[in-house]
Design a protein around this ligand. Structure first.
Ligand code: XYL
Length: 436
């Protein structure tokens, strides 16, 4: 068994009295919270690109991560060698799902045909390990931002041949996802934006981006893939401006191009904060359109203005997320994918485990607290009461669309000036804090 991580045992739940750094203190996979087990609620996923491929470099220095199983080459054999390591990681950390980009799992070849062949070979291996371990693919995606050919974008490149290359990658990544039983397929458009509008025809680029998504939807139908498509909002980095900048921009784009029936959103915490929003805001915007699909669970750093992809550690934040997930009835195809990396200084293999166990426990706490807050009912009751003037009388008429400016004018002139009630923000904050 312990071939690659001999010093790390499989995590077990030991409860809050445990000081074992490799034991869950809060996540008890088969414990029921409400009508589902924690495992069913949380649907944790690990990101292949961070666990297996992130060398922990930064713009100022080389990678520090120790990866004794990896020979550092971009070869098919090295790609195959990584697969058992990853599945040992999933087994020991009790993570049920994973996510990948095509280029995380398999290298480019000398030709595009060889690139696709590499992918298929590694997918054989992933399929074998999924079968042996019961681990599942939460979503797959194509990396349309790493290779220099995508410097001007993939679907939004001004070069139609680059669009075709991107489409070719999407076709094969989608087929790989289908073969592996992937429950979803993500588009994150890191280069689908611009560096300057001086050289950019924005409308044409948006039309092309929509064309790529429609082609993917058509191909899914053709091959019988029934998983959920997602787009993932992020405002910038690497592009100066990305078209899928936040939930509202994504939804507008999907509506405009008649894609809303086929796509939901994969929302990432650090992307929300980069967009100048809270994660709760991004989730509420998506839920309002019945379009919250999946979550990339991480966090940013209050002092740093870029995408630090840190592991979640804040119970307040995970509680806010889980309140929303529970209220929407839970995930269907989506889950909580740790799109998160260790700090550059945490370079030893065992740090991968400390990072994920922390993220899992803090979401388990968030889940339990969210469940209690919803059961308690005071928060919901307050909000219901706050809008109760719309439940009858003139408010109900406004909501049903049966008023006019004339009738509202007459109503306003017939009543005493409105009396406002308090928003009670601090009282509500106190209720939340009582549960933490
Ligand atoms: C990078 C993004 C990607 C997507 C998948 O900021 O989060 O990792 O999740 O392409």
């Amino acid at each position: 068994m312990s071939e690659y991580f001999p010093n790390v045992p499989q995590f077990q739940y030991e409860g809050t009295s445990s000081t074992n750094p490799f034991a869950f203190r809060h996540y008890n996979p088969d414990e029921k919270i409400g009508d589902k087990t924690m495992r069913e609620h949380l649907r944790f996923g690990a990101a292949y690109w961070h666990v297996m491929r992130n060398e922990l470099g930064d713009p100022f220095g080389a990678g520090t991560a120790l990866m004794p199983w990896d020979d550092g080459s971009e070869t098919l054999q090295n790609a195959l060698n990584r697969v058992p390591v990853f599945f040992e990681f999933l087994n020991k950390s009790q993570i049920d799902y994973y996510c990948f980009h095509d280029r995380d799992i398999s290298p480019e070849g000398a030709t595009l045909a060889e690139t696709h062949k590499n992918l298929d070979r590694v997918v054989d291996e992933l399929e074998k390990f999924q079968g042996e371990t019961g681990k599942k693919l939460l979503w797959g995606t194509a990396c349309l931002f790493g290779h220099p050919r995508y410097a001007h974008g993939a679907a939004t490149s001004p070069n139609a041949d680059v669009f075709a290359y991107g489409a070719s990658q999407v076709k094969h990544a989608l087929e790989a996802t289908h073969r592996l039983g992937g429950e979803g397929y993500v588009f994150w458009g890191g280069r689908e934006g611009y560096a300057t509008l001086l050289n950019t025809d924005m409308k044409r680029e948006l039309d092309h981006l929509a064309a790529m998504l429609h082609l993917a939807v058509d191909h899914a139908k053709k091959i019988g893939y029934q998983g959920q498509f997602y787009i993932e909002p992020k405002p910038r980095e690497p592009s100066t401006h990305q078209y899928d900048s936040d939930s509202a921009a994504c939804l507008n784009f999907l509506r405009e191009y008649d894609l809303l029936d086929h796509f939901k959103l994969n929302i990432e915490t650090n992307h929300a904060t980069l967009a100048g929003h809270t994660m709760e805001h991004e989730l509420d915007v998506a839920i309002g359109a019945n379009a919250l699909g999946s979550i990339d669970a991480n966090r940013g750093d209050e002092l740093i203005g870029w995408d630090t992809d840190q592991f979640p550690t804040n119970v307040y934040d995970t509680t806010q997320v889980m309140i929303r997930v529970l209220k929407m009835g839970g995930f269907t195809t989506g889950g909580l994918n740790f799109d998160a990396k260790r700090r550059r200084e945490s370079h030893e293999p065992e740090d991968l485990f400390h990072a994920h166990i922390g993220g899992m426990d803090v979401f388990a706490r968030g889940l339990k607290i969210a469940h209690k807050i919803i059961e308690d009912g005071r928060m919901d009751a307050f909000i219901t009461e706050r809008y109760s003037s719309y439940d009858s009388g003139i408010g109900a008429e406004i909501e049903s669309g049966s008023t006019s400016l004339d009738s509202l004018d007459a109503h306003a002139q017939s009543i005493d000036p409105p009396q406002l009630s308090s928003g009670r923000q601090e009282m509500l904050e106190n209720i939340i804090n009582d549960y933490l």
